[in-house]
Design a protein around this ligand. Sequence first.
Ligand SMILES: [Fe+2]
Length: 328
Amino acid sequence: MSRILIIFQFIAVCFAEQDPHEISHHLAIPTEKRLSTISFGSCNHQKARQTLWETISKNAPDLFIWLGDNVYADTDDSVTMHKAYVTQKMKPSYAKFISQTPVVGIWDDHDYGKNDGGKEWHFKKESKGLLLDFLDVPESAEVRQREGAYQSYTFGTEKKKVKIILLDCRYFRDPIDHKKPSGDILGSAQWEWLEKEVSSPDISLYIIGSGIQVLPVDHRFEKWNNFPQARERLLKTLPSNSILISGDRHIGEISQVEVDEKTLTEVTSSGLTHAYRKLKKEENRYRKGSFVNQNNFGLILINWDEKKATLQIKGQENKALEEVIVHF
Ligand SMILES: [Fe+2]
């Protein structure tokens, strides 16, 4: 081989390794794995500095769950939305993170494409496809064959199974009408699906993901309580061994409600790249501790021997800023 050819091949290999246009992919979901550490977060601007991925990695999570506003797309243009996801996947810190940590996820409004959007959104089918493409959900997955982006994943074996249920609070949601408490969020097919999903007898712990908050009722922003009958139905439907996780709010907080002789706990973690720093006070009658107004992520640490889960909200320094322990 000529020296020129060898030099040419060497240069080609160097460029291949440092190809700035290379897009990384998410790992296959290891459902056989017993989950001990689950991380989650939301509200992540694809163009912002993303400093939390390395901190999340320090916890060696078995999984990361996106809870919406995974990118800020706000568009009904496929090319623009696709670009937002490509920008996210090409972030070196995120690319490194997903080479080590499996990821699943659901959307909220800004990646759905329309601020506070619901079932009326004309771009929802295209936007759903782009979300699933971003997450590298296989073409054969059930979610690809039906309307909406709701999904479930069961991890572990025998008596150590965790089921992650990701609710789609956008695709079927009625318009907000405060005079009409019967408005729905999930739509009949998703309710039917959920009722089946939560009746598996062999699940130790359910983790229920919702873009918008489920338990808090006092603030004026998007929340399940803007559809009070749907919220009540959800609280009745969920088994006592459920932990709720949510995003959207650009703050972090842990809420707890007693309902029908069960205690339901919700960890809200938002945002990964921008928090509502100016917020100094907000009423939440169900809050445990205080709220976090710095960039944050959530963590669920499962102690299988003691059948307990430590729920945390952590910031840049990897310190638990809020923490609650629940037993299951
Ligand atoms: Fe957001």
